[in-house]
Design a protein around this ligand. Structure first.
Ligand SMILES: [Zn+2]
Length: 436
């Protein structure tokens, strides 16, 4: 063969060969991934499905309630996120019923699956159980069906080192077998999604509690704003994207766009801090110190860290107030029979098992039994809470940092607003470090 012909052949066959190998590799890769996925989902036992009848994201936690009609031959029943390769086990509480078992990830709304720490990847929510067949242990997987009133869920993790993960939780993602698919990937926060919301209470004509010190009058609204702005600054320095209901002395409508009961959910914030200062009635006791108001059915870990860190940073103490107190420093105020008769106080259709403060009750949607569906608008003037039936909400805290008509409390607050803010920010840091 002469050189020219050889070169000509090389020019044709070398690229052709490389091209063919390339196509073969793509085809092999595709087969491998696709078959792997298919074989895993095909392995799911389709004789029975678990019903998920409750799902809610509250702050950084996702909770499920459900049931599955499994015979008593099955043992070691677990909930897992699995894909045939990796498996994340989800702790559940299981109870036996006549026709199978029911399960719940947690009965506490701020426990359950911590969405902050799910690994990147694609997973399916499955029931994993062990049975015995021909004297051998056999592990079986069962899929889940949607019996809730809600559709797909979406979550963005808190900003960390300038990064976020997006979690898509989607129903029925594989035709022959209903599934709940979790897709976790790194994705920057969209412009309208935030990490944390701060709500400095009152403002404008509503000055809140009033105190005086050395001949000067102090308004709660201004003290709340100072703490709120200081907290925003600290959290932003720590890499969080922070929304705030007001940055100046102005009135905020509760249920309007950007309002105190709305902004945290509009911005998909994981936590909401309502900042307040208290005052006592001179007719009764003289009070002082910190009160942290929380939702019902929660674990107190974060509330306790708020107390611990505010006390140490701001050199203050917890309130001795006993009314509404659950444990020292932590308060849960419910509607009283009297409140329920008085529609002027709060939007209605309330019960005595509901939290009194809208800053907690309305912000948590279904998790905190939000009541305001607007039915009493003509009586009390409050439009409906747009997140009244939301199952993806913020985790709200209402902080009463001290009593402005207690002279020593006010002296400790004025000029020290950053210290209170630092206490709140440090509590969040410690909570996220210890909560898995
Ligand atoms: Zn207040």
């Amino acid at each position: 063969m002469n050189r020219r012909l050889k070169e000509k052949y090389l020019k044709i066959f070398v690229p052709l060969g490389i091209g063919l190998i390339f196509i073969l590799l793509i085809w092999l890769g595709y087969k491998l991934i696709f078959n792997h996925k298919l074989s895993f989902l095909e392995k799911i036992d389709k004789s029975v499905y678990a019903d998920i009848n409750y799902d809610a994201i509250y702050g950084i936690h996702l909770n499920f309630k459900g049931s599955i009609n499994l015979s008593s031959e099955y043992r070691d029943v677990k909930l897992v996120l699995a894909n045939g390769k990796d498996e994340v086990e989800i702790p559940i509480e299981v109870s036996n019923k006549d026709d199978g078992i029911s399960f719940v990830t947690s009965n506490l709304i701020n426990k359950g699956i911590n969405l902050e720490y799910l690994p990147i990847g694609t997973y399916y929510l499955l029931i994993k159980a062990t049975t015995t067949e021909k004297n051998k242990d056999v592990v079986k997987y069962f899929s889940v069906t949607n019996k809730t009133d809600y559709d797909d869920l979406e979550y963005y993790t808190l900003s960390k080192d300038g990064k976020n993960n997006k979690i898509d939780i989607e129903w029925n993602t594989y035709e022959e077998c209903p599934t709940l698919r979790f897709t976790i990937k790194e994705e920057a926060l969209p412009s309208d999604v935030y990490d944390i919301t701060i709500d400095p209470g009152h403002g404008g004509v509503d000055v809140g509690a009033i105190g005086s010190l050395d001949g000067f009058e102090y308004h709660e609204s201004n003290l709340n704003l100072k703490v709120g702005l200081a907290l925003k600054k600290i959290l932003e320095e720590r890499g969080y994207k922070v929304a705030i209901t007001r940055t100046e002395d102005k009135n905020i409508e509760i249920y309007d766009e950007g309002g105190s009961a709305v902004l945290a959910n509009e911005t998909k914030s994981k936590f909401n801090f309502a900042i307040h200062h208290n005052s006592f009635d001179y007719q009764t006791d003289e009070l002082n110190g910190l009160e942290v108001y929380v939702a019902s059915d929660i674990e107190f870990d974060f509330a306790n860290l708020l107390i611990e860190n505010i006390l140490s940073e701001a050199n203050t103490q917890i309130s001795p107030k006993e009314i509404y107190q659950t444990v020292p420093g932590i308060y849960q105020r419910y509607f009283s029979e009297e409140d329920i008769l008085d529609d002027e106080v709060q939007p209605s259709n309330k019960t005595t098992s509901m939290i009194y403060y809208y800053n907690i009750r309305e912000l948590g949607g279904i998790s905190t039994h939000s009541t305001n569906d607007g039915r009493y608008k003509d009586i009390n003037g409050y439009p409906a809470n747009p997140y009244n039936k939301a199952n993806v909400t913020t985790e709200p805290y209402l902080l009463e940092l001290g009593y402005v008509n207690n002279e020593s409390n006010l002296r400790n607050i004025v000029g020290n607003e950053e210290k209170y803010a630092l206490g709140i920010a440090n509590a969040l840091k410690k909570y996220l470090e210890t909560e898995y």
